[in-house]
Design a binder for this molecule. Sequence first.
Ligand code: BG6
Length: 484
Amino acid sequence: MVSRVIPVDPFDLVIFGGTGDLARRKILPGLYRRFRDGQMPPDARIIGAARTDQDSAAWRLFVGEAIDEFVAENAREPELIAAFLGRLSYVTVDAKGEGGWSALKAEMRPDTVQAFYFSVAPSLFGDLAERLHSFEIARSDARIVVEKPFGRDLETAQALNATLAEHFDEHQIYRIDHYLGKETVQNLMAIRFANILFEPLWNAQYVDHVQITVAEEVGVGGRGGYYDQSGAMRDMVQNHLMQLLCLTAMEPPSRYEPDSVRDEKLKVIRALQPLKGDDVVRGQYKASGDLPSYRDDAENASSLTESFIAMRVHVANWRWNGTPFYLRTGKRMKARLSEIVIHFKEPPHSIFDEDAGSRPNVLSIRLQPDEGIDLSVTIKEPGPGGMRLVDVPLDMTFADALGPEAADVPDAYERLIMDVIRGNQTLFMRGDEVEAAWAWTDPIIEAWTKRGDKPAQYDQSSAGPEEAMMMMHKDGRRWREISK
Ligand code: BG6
């Protein structure tokens, strides 16, 4: 059981950086899948724009190869691929000069949705925005899509926002955080706000603590240069984990619409308490057998950048006073696992003997892999052994509950690009949200830099450094097992 595919309006989508890695891996294969499912209408057009001097035929070849590489075999239908490629054209443009812009203008139709995807380095955002206006290409209802990293601190994010604001209104700017496009992230809102069951318990009175984990098996090999300048805090926490935290902690918005949702998320970010030194543990993975260490991958033998971070975070408001949110994310960990786990408190009084045992309820929302939710409930252990308590999972893996097609949902990028065309900003970050996130993150990074903290070393295929376990241990709690 999956929802119906509703085609979007015809559009002209220009992908600046159309020959780049993101376009090749995600954007173009994703658009093909939307075309195949009938969501991208046959008269929509995609225009690649980049510095590479080539014609449309050469770009179509490039896109065809990307589809071969990144679309599952059972979704590759030659006739559909040919029809999709027929919707594509290419223009060579010089982002910093005059070349190609008139040709691009000639490609655009006057009466279709207009979107420009800036899949390029942020340093080019200003040039592109300026030329889209000076060549009178972008209409006043055009949409632009920008990617992370959106700045590397508050100052650079403010500068980027100011640059874009010179040419576009906020309602035209779609800042992608691909975590918001993940199926289960939206499900989190459905679980919270479409059921009466959870919301009354969703507060400090009933929730002992929350754990948000995004663990990856991959290392940083291949992108060490970028990563070493960012680290887990800038690469994952300031955006992806922050968004998960916001959706978990926010008040119910009055409507499921862009500014209602984003206002509530912003309030959460603004309510985050500054962290103390012992609220943060950072780590770097060690070498293991043939596998290089973080420092080898980053090609920086004295790097102090973290490939793992764990934090204890407090949301200072009535709802969450005293309930810690533990966040952790890292590379080269035991398993690929992203989940949000709500650990409820124990019942205030137990009527059972102490040796009956007792375990608090735990609600886990799995983002990946095997999207689903799982609620542990305590019941009597079956059999004649008297009143002994045992936990059973009420497990709902969506693919099991809703049929195998439920696992075949659009990838985050596909969903988000379709939302751009629909003009729905709910799952995109607003400028003030991004700035507030940096305003909280900056002092934390500054503090550890000033102290000269060295990341703890951790084994590959582990759950991170011992120090992260100790942080929890001191609070009388334990991290959830990272397992598939
Ligand atoms: C990106 C980060 O934003 O998200 C990467 O830059 C990370 O370092 C990736 O690997 C994780 O995304 P996903 O969808 O694979 O969990």
